[in-house]
Design a protein around this ligand. Structure first.
Ligand SMILES: [Zn+2]
Length: 428
C-alpha cells in the first residue's frame, strides 16, 4: 500500500452528497481517505506520491455497470445493424474463433480504455472469465466478473462452467464474481431456477440482459404467457441481488416490480440507439419506483466506446429530448447514478468522498480548453456535458493513472499485442 496526497485541489465534488468544496488537500492512506483539509498540511506524514491538483477537480470514480470488454476485438466489425443481425451474422461467427488468450488481450485493452475514461469499477459479462478475472486483477480496478451462461450450445458458457470459475482459486486484486445468465431467451427455465438457488445460497449477484428489444418481449409473451419481468419473478430472481441490463421495453408495471424488489437496472442509451432498438429505458419511472438505476456502455462492438461520460451525456440528453423536459434526468442525477448507484449495483463499498471512504477517485484539469466557460457553470453539468479527459485515477487508495500515464498495465505492450491478435483473428 502507499500514501498519496492530492494537494491544492481546486474543486472537490462529492456526487453522493452533491457537496462541493474548494481549495483542499486530500490525504489518502492504507484505509482510504484519511482527511480532507484546508490550508497547512500536517507535518511528519510521509507520502509516496504528492500530486499537485491545483486547477483540477476531484470527484468519485465512475462505475460502468454493464460491459463486455473482450468485445474490443470486434469494435467496428458490426456497425449499422440491428441486434439480431448484429449477433447472428457478425458477432457470434467471430466469437466462435476467440481463444482465451485473445479474450485476455481484448479485455486488457478495454481496461486501459476504461482507466483513461475515469472508470474505477465495472461489471464484465463474457466468456473465458478466468482470463477476464486475471486481467482485471492486474489493472487495479474494481471488477465484478459475471461469467456468461448460455443454454444454446455456446462453448465455455454452461452454468457449471460459471460455477467452476466462481469457485476456483481467488485471483486477487479487487475482483469479485456474479452469476451471468445471458438472457431469458438464451437460458432455460431450469437454468434460471438454479441460478436463483445459487444466488441465494452463496449471496451472489445475478447479472442478466433484460427486455432489450420489443421482439424479445413479444416472444416472451408468446412462449411463456407473460412479460419478461413477470417471468423473472416466476423464476424467483427478482431481488436486491438482480441487475438487469437495458430494461428498455418494459411497462410501468414492470418498472414497479423491479423497484419493489429493490433490483438494479442499467441504462445503456448509446448501445440501444446504435442497435436501433426503438425504445428508451423509462429511467424516471424506474427511479421513482425505487429501482437502483446506473449506466452501462455495453460492449465496444455496440457503442463503440467505453466512455461512461459520453454515455451519461447521451442518456441525459436523450431523455430530455424525447420527453420535452430538459430536467428529465439532470447531470447531477446522472453522476449519482454513475457513482453511488453503480457501486451499489456491484456490491462495491460506498465510495464517499470523505474520511473513511475507500478513495476511488478521479481528477481532471479544469483548464483544458473544453472545460472553460461561464463562471456560473454548474459543476455536474460541466462534467457531464463537456466531457473532460481524465488525468489521475486512484482506486482503493492506489494510483492507477497519474498525469495520464497508466501505472498498473503496460499500455504500449497491450496495444501491440492487440494489433497482432486482431490480424490473427480476422485472417483465419
Ligand atoms: Zn450487453
Amino acid at each position: 500500500m502507499c500514501a498519496v496526497l492530492l494537494k491544492n485541489v481546486s474543486i472537490i465534488y462529492d456526487s453522493y452528497s452533491r457537496r462541493l468544496l474548494r481549495g483542499r488537500d486530500i490525504f489518502v492512506g492504507d484505509n482510504g481517505i484519511e482527511s480532507i483539509l484546508e490550508g497547512e498540511s500536517p507535518s511528519g506524514s510521509k507520502r509516496d506520491f504528492v500530486v499537485d491538483c491545483s486547477g483540477k477537480a476531484v470527484t468519485q470514480g465512475l462505475g460502468n455497470s454493464h460491459t463486455h470488454l473482450g468485445m474490443t476485438l470486434l469494435r467496428g466489425h458490426a456497425d449499422g445493424l440491428s441486434l439480431r443481425q448484429w449477433l447472428n451474422d457478425r458477432v457470434w461467427p467471430i466469437e466462435r474463433r476467440l481463444k482465451p488468450e485473445h479474450i485476455r488481450t481484448g479485455v486488457e485493452l478495454g481496461l486501459t480504455e476504461s482507466i483513461r475514461a475515469g472508470v474505477t469499477g465495472l461489471t464484465d459479462m463474457y466468456f473465458s472469465s478466468q482470463e477476464v478475472a486475471r486481467a482485471a486483477a492486474s489493472s487495479g480496478l474494481r471488477v465484478l466478473v459475471a461469467p456468461a451462461i448460455f443454454d444454446t450450445g455456446v462453448p465455455d458458457s454452461s452454468l457449471n462452467n460459471c460455477l467452476s470459475v466462481i469457485n476456483s482459486q481467488p485471483v486477487g486484486g479487487l475482483v469479485s464474481f456474479a452469476l451471468g445468465p445471458h438472457s431469458i431467451y438464451a437460458c432455460s427455465e431450469e437454468t434460471l431456477m438454479k441460478v436463483g438457488e445459487f444466488s441465494r445460497a452463496k449471496s451472489l449477484r445475478v447479472h442478466i440482459h433484460l427486455a432489450e428489444t420489443r421482439l424479445e418481449q413479444v416472444e416472451c409473451e408468446r412462449s411463456k404467457g407473460m412479460r419478461e419481468v413477470e417471468y423473472l419473478r416466476k423464476m424467483d430472481l427478482l431481488s436486491k441481488r438482480l441487475t438487469a441490463a437495458h430494461a428498455v421495453w418494459i411497462t410501468k408495471q414492470e418498472a414497479n416490480l423491479l423497484g419493489k424488489a429493490g433490483a438494479s437496472s442499467v441504462f445503456c442509451p448509446v448501445s440501444n440507439s446504435k442497435l436501433a432498438e426503438g425504445g428508451i429505458s423509462p429511467v424516471p419511472e424506474l427511479l421513482a419506483a425505487g429501482t437502483n438505476v446506473s449506466f452501462g456502455t455495453d460492449g465496444p462492438a455496440s457503442n463503440n466506446s467505453l466512455s461512461l461520460i459520453e454515455t451519461m451525456k447521451f442518456g441525459s440528453l436523450l431523455l430530455s429530448h424525447s420527453r420535452w423536459d430538459p430536467q428529465s434526468v439532470t447531470p447531477s442525477v446522472c453522476l449519482e447514478m454513475a457513482t453511488k448507484n453503480a457501486y451499489a449495483a456491484m456490491d462495491f463499498p460506498e465510495n464517499h468522498l470523505a474520511p473513511g471512504g475507500p478513495a476511488d477517485l478521479i481528477a481532471f484539469d479544469l483548464r483544458q480548453p473544453g472545460m472553460l466557460g461561464a463562471l456560473s457553470a454548474d459543476f455536474p453539468n460541466l462534467l457531464v456535458y463537456s466531457g473532460p479527459s481524465v488525468d489521475h485515477v486512484i482506486v482503493n487508495g492506489q494510483p492507477v493513472m497519474l498525469d495520464r500515464r497508466i501505472l498498473t498495465m503496460d499500455e504500449e505492450e497491450i496495444k501491440n499485442r492487440f494489433e497482432s491478435t486482431v490480424s490473427n483473428i480476422y485472417q483465419t
